[in-house]
Design a protein around this ligand. Sequence first.
Ligand code: PLP
Length: 371
Amino acid sequence: MRVPFVDLHAQYPSIRQDVQQAIDGVLERGDFILGEDVARFEAEFAAYCETSYGVGTDTGTSALELILRALDIGPGDEVITAANTFIATALAISYTGAQPVLVDVDPLTYTLSVPGVAEAITPRTKAVVPVHLYGHPAAMSPILELAQRHGLAVVEDACQAHGARYCGWRVGGLGRAAAFSFYPAKNLGAFGDGGMIVTNDPVLAERVKILRNYGQRRKYEHVQFGYNRRLDTLQAAILRTKLPHLDAWNASRRRIADRYRQRLSGQPLELPVVADIAEPVFHLFVIRTSHRDGLRAFLEDRGIATGLHYPIPLHLQEAYRPLGLRQGQFPTTERYAGEILSLPMYPQLEDRAVDYVAEAISQYFANGLTS
Ligand SMILES: *Cc1c(COP(=O)(O)O)cnc(C)c1O
């Protein structure tokens, strides 16, 4: 049996007709740039996130960057985020000219460490960017409380967490604004790149709308230095057909996570921990073992693909050498980088594939104990 890490084609048969109709609609109307489908998808996705405004962007990275720019964050400012995240979180901060200030992650949820944030705040700090890593919401209540006390903006990186809930609320509306990515493998993925900013702040929404479209308020009236970072209309049309399926796809991810959990209980490894007030959406299902590399090779031999998210913490990346951070600075992030293993996870993953993966993992540890 072969088990891919993700299978993007698996969802296509169930939505083929709707997608083709949606694409055809755009081709017929010919409104390729900021067309009808962009405005509709912005409203529909904002409503899904229980927020008032949605502004589509070309990528999730742009969404984060434009929020920070709209908050007037730039050179001389510091923005706090996690050392264990995809590099785009830090890049978006760097693009503005601000300094990313990295902190370690919480050992249970792998999201931004709250004591770490408290220690990292300086007079230059302007914002905190919690990342809902692997689809598990960051500890938003204590982060928001800290931020309020110090006058900082909280910008959610929700690129892995479409539909997740914290204290019953959808992620995306918890801070000042949030960035989502529609990269194909995300929980809601386009057939190409895409992103979205959601917020309840009408002024911020207007500012990012201007920033993503050449700094233009009305046609050829440029009120500020802007960019071309629009969500493509074809991608918006495709995403509109997929959004109604998102809750069912997320439920399926949770069911698969439960099955992994059942089948792997008793094995000498760490399973994902879910905080009491969190409802995660399992963008990834990440286990942890000190025998990671051996296990990974063993699974690969049995046709099971796995992933590492992420093998090199941000502060140890060559690109971020200028930050001057050292090995040993973020012990949890560094230790986990050598122990984490992402198992196959996508909504259409079949029970028998989950069982096959779990069985292979059990075999690995059974062999290890006898040899
Ligand atoms: C995917 C991702 C991004 C960037 O999204 P793109 O659409 O690829 O630019 C940012 N942060 C996190 C945590 C992500 O997973």
